[in-house]
Ligand binder design. Structure first.
Ligand SMILES: Cc1ncc(COP(=O)(O)O)c(C=O)c1O
Length: 376
């Protein structure tokens, strides 16, 4: 039976990427590696929508990206405003607090959006050195209004640095770092970029780099961007050993995405989201997010569907989805539809969900659900 890895990251890895991973490891000082490493830095800029940002490709997970963002632009005791639409927004507040920053958090009920007026009020009330926005919160599936929030920040508090977490968005949703005036954008490798977990990719604006230079006691060594900038400028230089084979994988995947065409790749995500949602809605599963992201769906169970039994039965059919987080635990499940996931994988997934519901004694109309999927 085909494994369907539909948790919202890590996502399925194509045969081509797996082949790239298994290529013989080469010297990270070689010209060959230097040119591949340079190429992935340049290509990541296309995904973040930046010409002017300085890109970084560093071994580590998405959380390292969060930490690098904050440690490089905020000093001890500085003010940070966190816009949170769930578990991963809250993580920014936790990191900020553990680093001794003064953190204020604007959050909301799961599935809803932080009120833009509340953002304006906060910015009028106090000066914040930085604000964080999670483009897609993977716990609720909420798509943040990044463009509107960045506009407000630029108008009301132009000195505030803007950080955007693109972990569950970059590659699957258009991002415009330069146009939106974002200072730090970052993502992880295991979601829409469709390679295994293990790389954090970031881009810093010149303002963010200038701010780093003004921080005297930066509380990170590995994550200090000033140590990485010489490597970005000359990718044959050494600071810390790059994850050579993951860089091969990244290049392979970025080439595939860019050959496919970024706008088409975004469109694919939108289309797959529509199909899954039409099918699940015909079964009485409702989306948690009022404005859902195209990369994943967080569905609330209808009456009578027990979370643990449902996911256990799906796992027996080699279909892997994720449980809910925080207040959504036990009430929802999360399914990813990003990266190299294809329509036929999702069609198969819906079939396995139908079988599972039947096994649980729930009456379903197979024809209606499959038609909803196919016709959307
Ligand atoms: C939006 C978002 N931010 C940050 C993270 C943390 O990334 P990681 O688990 O790779 O450290 C995740 C992980 O799923 C995420 O979805």
């Amino acid at each position: 039976m085909k494994q369907l890895l539909l948790i919202p990251g890590p996502t399925p890895v194509s045969v081509e990427v797996r082949e790239a991973l298994s290529r013989e490891t080469i010297s990270h000082f070689s010209q060959n590696f230097a040119s591949i490493y340079k190429d992935v830095h340049e290509k990541m800029k296309l995904l973040f929508g930046t010409e002017h940002g300085v890109p970084f490709v560093i071994a580590g997970s998405g959380t390292l990206g969060m930490e690098i963002s904050l440690t490089n632009i905020l000093d001890n005791g500085e003010n940070l405003l966190v816009i949170s639409h769930g578990f991963f927004g809250d993580r920014f507040a936790e990191i900020g607090q553990s680093l001794g920053m003064n953190v204020d958090i604007l959050s909301t009920l799961s599935g809803e959006h932080v009120d833009l007026k509340a953002v304006e009020d906060k910015l009028k009330e106090k000066h914040y050195e930085a604000i964080t926005i999670t483009h897609v919160d993977t716990s609720t599936g909420v798509l943040a209004q990044v463009e509107s929030i960045t506009k407000i920040v630029r108008n009301l508090s132009p000195q505030t640095l803007i950080v955007v977490d693109g972990v569950c968005a970059t590659g699957g949703i258009e991002e415009k770092m330069d146009e939106w005036g974002v200072d730090v954008f970052f993502t992880g490798s295991q979601k829409a970029i469709a390679i295994p977990p293990g790389l954090a990719m970031l881009a810093f604006s010149s303002r963010a780099i200038e701010k780093r230079k003004r921080i005297k006691n930066v509380r990170t060594y590995y994550g200090d961007i000033l140590r990485w900038i010489p490597v970005v400028e000359d990718t044959s230089k050494y600071f810390a050993t790059p994850a050579v084979n993951m860089v091969f994988a990244l290049q392979e995947s970025l080439n595939r995405i860019l050959d496919f065409g970024l706008p088409v790749y975004f469109e694919k995500h939108t289309l797959l989201a529509k199909k899954v949602r039409a099918a699940m809605s015909s079964l009485g599963f409702e989306l948690v997010a009022k404005i859902p992201a195209p990369t994943l769906s967080v569905f609330r169970y209808p009456e009578g569907v027990d979370d643990e039994s449902f996911r256990k039965l799906l796992e027996e059919k080699e279909l892997f989805v994720a449980g809910g987080l925080k207040d959504l635990k036990g009430k929802t499940f999360r399914i990813g539809h990003m990266g190299s996931t294809e329509e036929e994988d999702l069609f198969l997934a819906i079939k396995r969900i139908l079988e599972t519901l039947e096994e649980m004694g729930i009456k379903v109309d197979r024809g209606k659900t499959l038609e909803a999927f196919l016709k959307s």
